[in-house]
Structure formats: C-alpha cells, structure tokens
Design a binder for this molecule. Structure first.
Ligand SMILES: Nc1ncnc2c1ncn2[C@@H]1O[C@H](COP(=O)(O)OP(=O)(O)OP(=O)(O)O)[C@@H](O)[C@H]1O
Ligand SMILES: [Mg+2]
Length: 251
C-alpha cells in the first residue's frame, strides 16, 4: 500500500485535515529553463483552491506538472492524489485516477456536436455524470446538444470543456483561466456551476487572472511568484490584505 508522506518538514502546509491532493517540493523545467522552483501545497477534499500570481509566475506550468503533461518536465518532487502517487504516472494514468485538466484553450473537438464531444469524453458505463445530468448542470449545453462544439460562444465552450472533464468522473478539476474573455454575466453563470460542482464533493484548483472573482469563490489561496510560493492561506486573508494583493496580484 502507498502511504502518503507526512510533510511535517514543509512550509506553508495547512497541517489540519489530511490532504486529498498534496504537492511536495515539486521542481519543473522547460528544457534549460527552471520554472517550478520547489513548491509544496495541499488541497483538501471538496475544497476550491485559487492558484494565483502575476503573468509568468508559473501557474499554468504548475497545473501541467500536476496533470503529468510532460512539458514542463518535473525533475523532482512528489504529487499524491487520494493516497496514490501521481509523480510516477503518465498524464493518461493521472486522468484515469481522477484528475481533470481544463486547459486555457478549452480543446473542443472540431467537427463534433456538443453531445458527441461529451460522449467521447464519457467513461462507459458512466458512474456519476450522465449526459442528462451534465445538461441539468449546464442547460445551455442541453439546448445546443446538436450544435457543433467549436461554433459555441466562448462561455458555452468553457462550459463544454468543464462538462467534458466531469463526464470522465473526475475527483479533481484543474481549471486554467476559465473566465478569460467572458462577459461578467457568463462568469456569474460559470461561478454558480462551480459552486454546484463543489457541493458534489469535487476538489477544484482554479487559476485565474480575475483574482477577486476567484477569491470570492475559493476557500483557500496559494500565490506564486517566479516559480515559488509566497502565500498559502485562506481566500479571505488575501481579500483583506491590501499589501499582498497589490504586490503579487496587482488588484
Ligand atoms: N513551453 C515553454 N517553454 C519555455 N518556457 C516556457 C514555456 N511555457 C512557459 N514558459 C515560461 O515559464 C514561465 C511560467 O509560465 P506559465 O505559463 O506557467 O505562467 P502563468 O503564471 O500561467 O502566466 P499567465 O498568467 O501569463 O498565464 C514563464 O516565464 C514562461 O515564459
Ligand atoms: Mg497561464
């Protein structure tokens, strides 16, 4: 059996409940470029964690490292999901274990309808998220089930991308800038849905330039700066701390 390391040596660990997802001393490179510079943090089950920081701080690289994409290359560190070591796994194995990355470019499959996009993502037989349940969560997708996915509006494509991840019955949702380019009213809609997804027990890491929106939704926040962690605490602490916000988030 795999035993999760205790991590008591680490900094910035919320040492209370055992973590569902643990990142421990993770280092990653794009070729010679040292990008993720030894970061450690925990995410508890059912929690929403906002992963924030300025442009180029390493947020996308951190999500890609956790999802085992292979680029950047993780050279050191441990990643544990629900007592399973992710750090030795391929992206495919990590996905099978329940990790769902929704990348910034949304990856809708061209030439397929909304429903075909969902069916292709769905594991068979579906455990939790049937197509109908996904349409209940995102009524706009139900209304457009026969429309080609790539012809959806930006907000609808974001919804389809999240629905595709859920169709795989994930445990952890990794969202890279889900609000990017969307009107506030659509952001409201997606934010509400992320709240419902949380109520279903799914754990979420949200990377967002719109830090205030992300912090309003999140339980906790981790702030990155040049590949290292400069803050790990509650979302409320960041919202209340003007110095932290102006120094690292420019808000
Ligand atoms: N494929 C790559 N090859 C080399 N360097 C890269 C590559 N992708 C990203 N980087 C560099 O890694 C650093 C971190 O990038 P990353 O995309 O993780 O930042 P980010 O916090 O997501 O930024 P943003 O808010 O702009 O999306 C940046 O300096 C970036 O230039
Ligand atoms: Mg990014």
């Amino acid at each position: 059996m795999n035993v999760k390391p205790s991590f008591e040596k680490g900094i910035n660990h919320a040492a209370t409940a055992p973590a569902f997802l643990s990142v421990w001393d993770m280092h990653a490179y794009y070729g010679e470029s040292y990008i993720v510079q030894g970061i450690s943090f925990n995410v508890h089950e059912g929690e929403i964690l906002a992963l924030l920081g300025r442009n180029g701080a390493g947020k996308t690289s951190t999500l890609r490292s956790i999802a085992r994409i292979g680029d950047p290359e993780v050279t050191q560190g441990e990643i544990w999901l629900d007592h399973q070591p992710l750090h030795n796994m391929s992206s495919h194995e990590a996905a099978q274990l329940g990790l769902g990355l929704v990348p910034e470019d949304r990856r809708i499959i061209p030439g397929l309808t909304v429903e075909e996009n969902l069916k292709l993502a769905q594991i068979a037989p579906p455990i939790g998220w049937s197509i109908e349940r996904l349409y209940d969560l995102f009524p706009r997708l139900g209304e457009r089930r026969m429309q080609e996915g790539t012809t959806l509006s930006g907000g609808e494509q974001q919804m389809l991308s999240i629905a595709r991840a859920l169709a795989r019955d994930i445990k952890v949702l990794l969202l890279d800038e889900p609000y990017e380019g969307l009107a506030p009213v659509i952001v409201d809609e997606i934010e509400k849905t992320l709240g419902i997804i949380k109520e279903q027990g799914i754990t979420t890491i949200i990377v967002e330039q719109n830090a205030v929106r992300a912090l309003q939704l999140a339980d906790r926040a981790v702030i990155l700066d040049t590949g290292g962690i400069v803050f790990d605490g509650t979302a409320a602490e960041v919202l209340e701390n003007e110095e932290l916000r102006s120094e690292y988030l420019a808000i």
